[in-house]
Design a binder for this molecule. Structure first.
Ligand code: 4AD
Ligand code: MG
Length: 466
């Protein structure tokens, strides 16, 4: 008896007529007049369930098999045979079907064998992994994460685990969640009535990180090629289909590199990850193609084959101004590009991914390198057809005097950033990096409409459970 995953049972890696044991959860049961039940069992290892053929000669046929409903957990033993039915390669002719757990009240079990709306499934985030959709998203998420680590490893990068609790606002945008052990009802106060943070756990104010970039820059200026891949948190009150309060971010950082090197890295990186998912998650991608968004696989294939177009921000504004298309927001130099602008550039203007470079300094973060024109910084956004910005990055300001000027402009106090300033005082070098929101990547690859379906347990304004 060989215990096998459904994936192995279906993919031909187990010889026909082998005695196998498969374990999983019932998707559907169908009974034939001839006294045979066909039970589809999924264990999540692959998209398809396996069909278990259970004859009425089983001793518990009436007591158990005929009571099976969606969601019941079973252990099935029998012979793996080539299937006669169409749509599946192999099936199990069962000698034994053991039920580990029935479903209390099958009529109210939330995951019925029918198509549920994604909105409804968000209400049952603990059960939605049992659906086709969330099984597929979970496998794609895993495969993409593996490919990301593999890509960087093959390119000689080191993965650095940057802290989740931090004192510095890496983006300087004031969107941090506070971490505190103080009594929120009656916090200790100073003589002047202000909250006395010196009584807090860390003896000062602490927050959840919005980005690992500043910390990873320190490692970059020693190990040359590094990246972070971890959770980040933003208290932006945007109740949208593109924002999460907790999301995962990938942030590579390269030393002795400029903005062009950064754009080249982003291009190689995205293509590598897309290729891995197309190759390794073919059945899941087929499902997304059919059920989420037609053309999603072709979009990725085209992406892999295209070379990225590079456009200066200033030129992009001119292109947008000349465009025949009516935009909701008029493009204007000095303002950030809206998604409609980004999509126009990538989809209609060039028809492939675009890297927009050198944005006005006033709309970009304090750590970005000032260009010689004194008006723009060496920032880049990678715009993907069908979504718009997918990656944001920059060459970093490696000159201390310029960094200080920019921090001053942003109203940031140098005291909180002394360690970051040190990197510019001790052996500073040109360096660059970018950030990719992992869930935005999942949304793009799977053709999802809402980022809340790209992470197992979404945290958004008003979130209350799980
Ligand atoms: O553009 P952002 O704010 O850049 C940074 O954080 C830099 N430190 C990156 C770097 O250069 N190392 O965020 C980077 C990416 C965005 O392009 C987007 O994909 C994602 O993070 N992102 C979010 N994803 C989900 N929910 C949110 N609220 C997000 N905010 C940003
Ligand atoms: Mg950005």
């Amino acid at each position: 008896m060989q215990v096998v995953s459904v994936k192995k049972a279906l993919d031909g890696s187990v010889a026909p007529d082998t005695k196998v044991e498969v374990r999983g959860w019932v998707r559907t049961r169908r009974d034939s007049k001839a006294g045979i039940s066909f039970v589809n069992v999924s264990d999540g290892s692959t998209f398809d369930p396996i069909q278990v053929v259970a004859p009425n000669t089983l001793s518990n046929y009436e007591a158990d098999v005929l009571r099976l409903t969606a969601g019941c957990s079973v252990v099935c033993r029998g012979t793996l045979v080539k299937s006669q039915g169409k749509g599946q390669s192999f099936e199990v002719q069962a000698d034994e079907v053991r039920v580990l757990g029935f479903v209390d009240d099958p009529d109210t079990y939330p995951i019925q064998p029918k198509q549920h709306s994604l909105e409804f499934l968000r209400e049952v985030a603990h059960l939605r992994p049992r659906t086709n959709t969330f099984g597929a998203i979970t496998r794609v998420r895993h495969t993409a994460a593996q490919a990301i680590h593999r890509f960087f490893h093959e390119e000689g990068f080191f993965w650095v685990n940057t802290p989740i609790i931090t004192a510095s606002d890496a983006e300087g945008a004031g969107q941090m969640f506070r971490v505190s052990t103080l009594d929120t009802v009656n916090p200790p106060r100073t003589d002047t009535g202000k909250i006395d943070w010196s009584k807090d756990f860390f003896g000062k104010e602490a927050y959840l990180t919005v980005s690992g970039q500043l910390n990873v820059e320190a490692y970059c200026l020693a190990l040359s090629k590094v990246y972070t891949f971890g959770p980040t948190f933003r208290a932006e009150n945007s109740n949208t289909t593109r924002h999460l309060a907790e999301f995962w971010m990938i942030e590579p950082e390269i030393a002795f590199a400029d903005l062009n090197d950064d754009a080249n890295l982003a291009e190689r990186f995205l293509k590598y990850v897309f290729q891995a998912v197309l190759t390794e998650c073919a059945p899941d991608m087929k499902f997304f193609e059919e059920r989420q968004q037609k053309g999603v696989t072709e979009r990725l294939e085209k992406f892999i084959q295209s070379s990225f177009e590079r456009i200066d921000y200033t030129d992009a504004i001119e292109i947008l101004k000349k465009a025949k298309k009516k935009f909701e927001y008029a493009p204007e130099w000095g303002k950030d590009l809206q998604t409609e602008h980004e999509r126009y550039l990538a989809e209609e203007h060039v028809g492939r991914p675009v890297v927009v470079m050198n944005y006005p300094e006033q709309i970009k973060a304090f750590y970005m390198r000032m260009n010689d024109d004194g008006k723009t910084v060496a920032a880049m956004d990678v715009l993907a057809p069908g979504i718009g910005e997918i990656i944001g990055g920059s060459q970093r300001e490696e000159r201390l005097d310029r960094l200080d000027e920019r921090m001053k402009k942003f109203g940031l106090h140098p005291e909180g950033y002394q360690w970051f300033r040190d990197l510019r005082r001790y052996g500073s070098v040109p360096h660059a990096g970018f950030g990719l929101g992992f869930e935005r990547l999942i949304v793009y690859m799977c053709g999802l409409q809402n980022i809340r379906d790209a992470i197992p347990y979404p945290r958004v304004p008003g979130w209350a459970q799980f």
